[in-house]
Ligand binder design. Structure first.
Ligand code: ASP
Ligand code: MG
Length: 428
């Protein structure tokens, strides 16, 4: 029998009526003859509200207790969906992440899934029940404490469960129609892509596209789980995320399709830049700086080191990191200033990152030139640059992000004819 995992994001279960609507959708899948395992997010903004509440009670809530609190959001929606399904006359059982066998590391707020022992889930599925699992949570292997997997991580729960229960594919229901060539709120001529490779989707997610959680795509690729991103508000076809070799290269009549060089343009306004001015140009200084940053668990993104000034033998190092880590990083760097002996620290959160992503750039020369020319014509000044095999990213002024995204989208021929449907979805 076909087995499917369906994940519904917070915006799809924002209130009682939406939960009943989702229940009908789940039931329809079950009635089409499939085993259904549902992974659910907390209703609407519940997670944010719980977080605010915690901060009202305690300025720095204990991570263990914060996880106990935040996981209740998903528990609510799971139980409510099970009730709604029961009223439709079908057997449904809800489980917490821990009951569903989601075993994680012990890092509260950002735990990783180590293993899934889905015995209770598979038994219930085999008995014909619809299974509902609270997303975004698990239980720590060593302490047995309840953990959360990071914001937006119900996607990851869904893909991990799909792999563990041997599902044929994993559907991620959200409030947008699928993956777009750019954010349609910025580019009105953006269009939806029918299929995208894991590699491209990983780069898009890492570059700020919010539709799918990065770790979810990494997991899907590792376990080869096909992911279908679609809207819970429509029956449109959505976007399939799959292995590059499974992506169609011919149209339905068997004619080869022209492959785009660039699959999409992503942007990210969530990063800040720190510049360490006047670092003594000696072996080991950079290592010392980044050791300190790494020790506090901060993930950095781009790094640029200037050529050192001959007169002083000192250099500047800039790097980007999530805005939310800015204060933490500045504090750590201030602590090591006497030891490293740099001159000054600068912090800039008025930046944005714009990235073009596509496997096509591996085989096409001149992609960088075309990108930079388009940015120059749009009067966008480049601050930092980084590349991977299938991505080119630039850091620009926050004010120039929209302009840069539109320019790149046009330059690579991605503009669709006619306006994309304008929608207000957030991709949750
Ligand atoms: N409810 C959690 C969050 O808001 C997890 C999720 O929605 O995926 O981050
Ligand atoms: Mg989400």
């Amino acid at each position: 029998m076909t087995r499917v995992v369906q994940k519904f994001g917070g915006s799809s279960v924002a209130d009682a009526d939406s939960i009943k609507r989702v229940a009908k959708r789940v039931l329809a899948t079950k009635q089409s003859g499939k085993d259904v395992c549902v992974v659910i997010s907390a209703m609407g903004d519940t997670t944010d509200e719980l977080m605010d509440l915690a901060l009202q009670v305690s300025p720095i809530p204990k991570p263990r207790e914060l996880d106990m609190l935040l996981t209740t959001g998903e528990r609510q929606s799971a139980a409510l969906l099970a009730m709604a399904l029961a009223d439709l006359g079908v057997e449904a059982r809800s489980y917490t992440g821990s009951q569903a066998g989601v075993i994680t590391t012990g890092k509260h707020g950002d735990a990783r899934i180590i293993d899934i022992t889905p015995g209770r889930v598979t038994t219930a599925l085999d008995e014909g029940s619809i299974v509902i699992v609270a997303g975004f949570q698990g239980v720590a292997q060593d302490t047995k404490d309840i953990t959360t997997l990071g914001r937006g991580a119900s996607d990851t729960t869904a893909v991990a469960l799909a792999a563990a229960v041997g599902a044929d594919y994993c559907e991620i229901y959200t409030d947008v129609d699928g993956i777009f060539t750019a954010d349609p709120r910025i580019v009105s001529a953006a269009s939806q892509v029918p299929e995208i490779s894991y590699e491209e989707m990983m780069e898009m997610a890492a570059s700020g596209a919010k539709v799918l959680h990065l770790r979810c795509v990494e997991y899907a690729r590792r376990e080869n789980v096909q992911v279908h991103v679609r809207s819970s508000f429509s029956d449109r076809p959505g976007t399939w995320v799959k292995d590059l070799k499974d992506i169609a290269t011919t149209d339905k009549d068997g004619n080869p399709m022209e492959q785009a060089i660039i699959s999409g343009v992503a942007h990210d306004r969530g990063e800040a830049k720190i510049t360490i001015v006047g670092v003594p140009d000696k072996v080991g200084e950079a290592a010392r700086i980044f050791d300190a940053i790494a020790a506090s668990g901060i993930n950095i993104d781009m790094i640029v080191q200037n050529q050192s000034r001959v007169s002083t033998s000192r250099t500047d190092i800039s790097f980007t990191l999530p805005k939310t880590e800015g204060r933490n990083a500045m504090q750590k760097l201030n602590e090591i200033q006497p030891e490293v002996g740099f001159e000054e620290l600068l912090f800039d959160d008025q930046i944005g990152k714009v990235s073009i992503v596509g496997v096509g750039m591996k085989s096409h020369p001149g992609v960088t030139a075309r990108f930079f020319r388009a940015l120059a014509d749009a009067e966008v000044n480049l601050d930092m640059i980084s590349t991977s095999e299938i991505r080119i990213s630039v850091v620009v002024d926050a004010e120039a992000v929209d302009r840069a995204v539109r320019a790149a989208h046009t330059a690579f021929g991605l503009d669709a004819e006619g306006e994309a449907v304008v929608y207000a979805g957030t991709g949750r």
